[in-house]
Design a protein around this ligand. Structure first.
Ligand SMILES: [Zn+2]
Ligand SMILES: [Zn+2]
Length: 391
């Protein structure tokens, strides 16, 4: 029997186990760093496939290790496992039993696809080297990836490359999409306090007006994007809060500004951060005001490395054919904590189509559900990656 057909038959035979497992996870969603039940069931499966399992990285995170042959080569594959604080509105039998929590981003599906790959590779052992299976907590804002790295992920498991996969609503079932370079944006927040000196509104010369100063800061910040960042580079600065004052006749002491920054390269991210500080310090100096600028870093830019993305594309083409692999998909302005892994180890992140049903399901919505039809495709993608990389 040709190898591809045999591989697909074996993977198909897992679905009787994996689909109920996916739905069980869906029924019992857990938020970031609370994935105790989820990680228990993952550990149990990995051990039953014969993998060594290390738990407790990033609190609830775990890594399965599968070594075969004598090669020094290694690869890490990552699935996230946390749910979102959303009240599920689906009414199927396996809807969430945990009030206010829901697998609305498909991480339940990510878990079973990676488990399926671990099982296949453990049973067939058609590779030489070490495969690490990373199950991480808290992708949805908690930076679980960073927590695992800080707990020694890549020191204990020195992978030469790392790969991630996320389902994508709006991308057809049976399609995969990636690109070399930036694939997801960085999201950062900031807080500014413009410090003036309050006084009587009829005697402004006796104080320093933070309202006037902060107003000029708000408008001038737009010039950071429009005048200092190259027009071809995407970036956004939005001031979304402006709080000051309490009375008609009092010039307040301070004004507080808050907002967010989206950028798509580390260079532009830094340029915007220093640009804000420069504009702020200049305008405050002009008015005799002082300021505090707090940059609140969110997830960094997700940047796929060239060689590993070629590897990913090769595997993707083996799974769904060249016509179904978008090799230069448009980057998203959303962000991903997979970016932290890519700051340490070369690698690549790919989207797998979750289907485009009319009117939904869109991730992060209360009527979303992961599409079980794509489980075998996801498993095969992981398997191909490992077998190609650790040939
Ligand atoms: Zn999400
Ligand atoms: Zn997600």
């Amino acid at each position: 029997m040709p190898k591809a057909i045999l591989m697909r038959e074996i993977i198909q035979s897992y679905l009787d186990d994996l689909i109920p497992l996916r739905r069980d996870l869906h029924k019992h969603p857990e938020l970031g760093f609370e994935e105790a039940r989820t990680s228990d069931s993952i550990a149990e499966r990995l051990e039953s496939f014969g993998l060594a399992v290390e738990r407790g990285l990033g609190k609830t995170g775990l890594v399965g290790v599968l070594k075969n042959g004598s090669s020094e080569r290694s690869i890490a594959l990552r699935a996230d496992m946390d749910a979102l604080p959303i009240q599920e509105e689906n009414d199927f039998e396996y809807r969430s039993e945990n009030d206010g929590k829901m697998h609305a981003c498909g991480h339940d599906g990510h878990v079973v696809m990676l488990l399926g790959a671990a099982r296949y590779l453990a049973e067939t052992r058609n590779f030489s080297g070490t495969a690490y299976f990373i199950f991480q907590p808290a992708e949805e804002g908690g930076a679980g990836a960073k927590a695992m790295i800080e707990d020694g992920l890549f020191k204990k498991f020195p992978a030469k490359a790392v790969f991630g996969m996320h389902n994508r609503s709006g991308l057809e079932e049976g399609k995969l999409a990636t690109r070399i370079g930036i694939i997801m944006a960085a999201t950062d927040n900031f807080e500014i306090i413009v410090k003036g000196r309050g006084t009587h509104a009829a005697m402004p010369h006796t104080g320093i007006d933070p309202v006037i100063t902060a107003s000029q800061v708000v408008t001038a910040l737009q010039t950071v994007v429009s005048r200092t960042v190259k027009p071809i580079d995407n970036s956004v600065i939005s001031v979304t809060c402006f709080h000051t004052g309490t009375a008609y006749n009092v010039i307040p002491d301070n004004a507080v500004l808050k907002g967010c920054i989206r950028t798509q390269t580390p260079e532009v991210r830094e340029q915007v951060r220093t640009g804000i500080d420069r504009v702020l310090s200049g305008i405050c100096a002009a008015h005799g005001a002082e300021y505090e600028f707090t940059f609140l870093p969110g997830y960094p830019v997700t940047v796929n490395t060239e060689e590993e993305t070629q590897t990913a594309i090769t595997a993707a083409v083996q799974v769904v054919g060249e016509e179904n692999v978008d090799q230069d998909t448009q980057p998203l302005m959303a962000s991903e904590d997979f970016s932290y892994y890519l700051e340490k180890v070369p690698g690549s992140y790919i989207f797998i189509g979750n289907g485009t049903a009319e009117g939904g399901p869109v991730s992060h919505r209360s009527d979303y559900d992961f599409n079980d039809h794509i489980i075998p495709l996801g498993i095969e993608y992981w398997v191909r990656l490992v077998e190609n990389q650790l040939r």
